[in-house]
Design a protein around this ligand. Structure first.
Ligand code: 5RP
Length: 236
């Protein structure tokens, strides 16, 4: 591990390293997005160079695809790989049932498709991401640009009808323009404080016309590898 890392980067690095050990030659592996997932992609690149590990990586964003190629991984699209053995990805929050909030890095749509098309999903996270109830981190909702203001208003109306705590919805911006995902969509971040019924909220949000997907990953994650500031790792 590089000695100059801050405790938080040390934690992310430790989790990524441990999770990378679950990857075996011959596997088709979903490659997550974000700073923690980037450590995992770099580690897999090292294992390809050092051990001759042979895998096919399916990236969940253009950023991850660029990094994966840079470090020498063989990259394929999900349609080329078809079904994956394992996906390793970061998360913004996870709870005791291993349900997640994802999408802080804007890649939730591809991340959810890839994780769902995998036999197994391992999340890598620093310990600060563990919560008793999801919702402290703003919940990202990916929406199509057409009629986005109407869709955003419908999302807020839905939250009011569901009696969800906190209903602030903010269009994600990149400098002065809307942030655009790899799929050409916008993201609305919901400040909900606490999500009481994540499963129901996820289903209801995805029924609103204009909503493409939301950042709640329910019953998708099989294991969380938690990194700590001293470089230790625990498993959930
Ligand atoms: C990207 C994600 C990331 O996994 C999540 O934001 C965590 O990122 P990081 O590892 O940088 O904290 O969901 O869409």
């Amino acid at each position: 591990m590089p000695e100059t890392l801050s405790p938080i980067e040390r934690a992310k690095h430790a989790a990524a390293w441990r999770a990378s050990a679950y990857v075996e030659s011959g596997m088709r592996v979903g490659l997550g997005t974000g700073s923690t997932a980037a450590w995992m992609v770099r580690r897999l690149g090292e294992r390809v160079a050092e051990e001759g590990l042979q895998i096919v990586g399916v990236p969940t964003s253009s950023r991850t695809a660029d990094l994966a190629r840079q470090v020498g991984l063989t990259v394929a699209s999900l349609d080329e790989a078809k079904w994956l053995d394992l996906t390793i990805d970061g998360a913004d929050e996870f709870d005791g049932a291993l349900n997640l909030v994802k999408g802080g890095g804007g890649a939730l749509l591809q991340e959810k498709i890839v994780a769902t098309a995998s036999d197994r999903m391992i999340v890598i996270a620093d310990a600060a991401k563990e919560v008793s109830a999801l919702g402290s981190f703003p919940l990202p909702v990916e929406i199509v640009p057409f009629g986005w203001q109407t869709t955003k208003a419908l999302v807020v109306e839905t939250l009011v009808n569901m009696d969800v705590l906190g209903r602030e919805a903010t269009l994600r911006m990149n400098d002065d323009v809307p942030y655009v995902t790899d799929e050409g969509n916008y993201i609305v971040d919901l400040n909900l404080l606490r999500i009481g019924n994540a499963r129901q909220l996820s289903l209801v949000l995805n029924q609103i016309p204009g909503v493409v997907e939301n950042g709640l990953f329910i019953d998708v994650c099989d294991m969380v590898v938690i990194g700590h500031g001293d470089g230790a790792v625990t498993l959930r």
